[in-house]
Write a protein that binds this ligand. Sequence first.
Ligand SMILES: *Cc1c(COP(=O)(O)O)cnc(C)c1O
Length: 430
Amino acid sequence: MNKSYQNIEHKRQDGSIWFNDLKRKREAGPKLQAKRYEQFGDETKSVHSGQYDDPQTGALGTPIFQCSTFFLNKTSYEAIEEGRGRDEMIYTRYGNPSQWSVQEKLSALENAESSIVFSSGMAAISSTLLAFLDKGSHIVSSRDIYGGTYNFLYEDLDRYGMSVTFTSPTDLTEIEAAIQENTKILYFEALTNPLLKIVPIEGLVTLGKKYNLRVIIDNTFLTPYNVKMLDLGVDLVVNSATKYLNGHSDLIGGTVSGSRKLVDRIWPQLLKNGGSMDPHACFLLERSLKTFALRMKTHNSNALKLANYLENHPKIKRVYYPGLPSHEQHKLAEQQLKGKNSGMISFEIEGGDAKAHALLNELKLPKEATSLGGVESLISLPYNTSQASLTKEQQKAIGINDGLIRLSVGIEDIEDLITDFEQGITTIFK
Ligand SMILES: *Cc1c(COP(=O)(O)O)cnc(C)c1O
């Protein structure tokens, strides 16, 4: 157990000081005169939360504050003096109303006090992790993790005098055994790529409490529509907004959400690493989020129908989908997702990678592309995309079998998608 963390936790329970000496009262924001609609459902929050309707012009909807800097005044000088730059309009890397508006919408959707948007998912992840690590710190993470994150943990932490242990994301015993004296963070992805393993979040939260660790979860594959990580007791949730949150395959972005105290600690790291979100990208993200709940509902229901169809097809050897009773962790999925689901499916086709490639060529609707979460179905093979850095042996060892296909199910007409798969599979086996 880490001594200094114990100390801090103790002080916190005393009600005296927190991690740093920011003793000021914290607002949930930073915010505009924009409401969160906190008591409403996700469909309503998606549309209304955080939107800034300009009182001066009467313009409906958040304007794009396309500026790098703001007029200084008494309030902003005071904020600079007191280190409250996050709450004031000073300079766009510090904060901008376009960022705050979409941050408020995200906070509403995540049930979070506070959020920050970043220029990419990796900017969100690297800044969040570095904010809570010192020289000598250790992280426990997972072997089934996004490639960019894996590279950051594996290649870069060492250079800063930090270290990582990779474990199975579903084995709480292995995870607990990996915790060391200097461990600060448990970092996992809620639904893994590409085998769609469900990570036992409540078990991680229990370990986090027991050893006084920060539990940080990448929820990109599930999104706050399917499960709200903070409600499960996670400290911070990160997302690649590039995927479902934006949902139109036309933007790169990232988010972090949590308590204002923790998110405030990430903000200075954002200033140093520099991955703040551009105002125009904020506009696109906020606009896209208006249909977030609507899109997610269709992603989920389309995926469930397509997973059922594929599972019953004689040429499909195996389907990985948490919503199917055949999924190894179906019970945990039901319990954690409470009736929600996932828009991602992976499946193995007869005839290995050759037939998998043939199918990708034959399909008319799903686009052969990496990434996920777009309105259009996206399809790729993990062996030569997300897991391409592994040898065939290593791929087999982690369950990436011959013929494995990853499908991000879009919001097209489900009958059209099924018909397309039917013709594709029939053609390649003729
Ligand atoms: C895409 C992705 C990221 C990285 O996000 P970028 O926006 O590409 O930087 C991180 N985690 C997961 C799970 C992802 O799918």
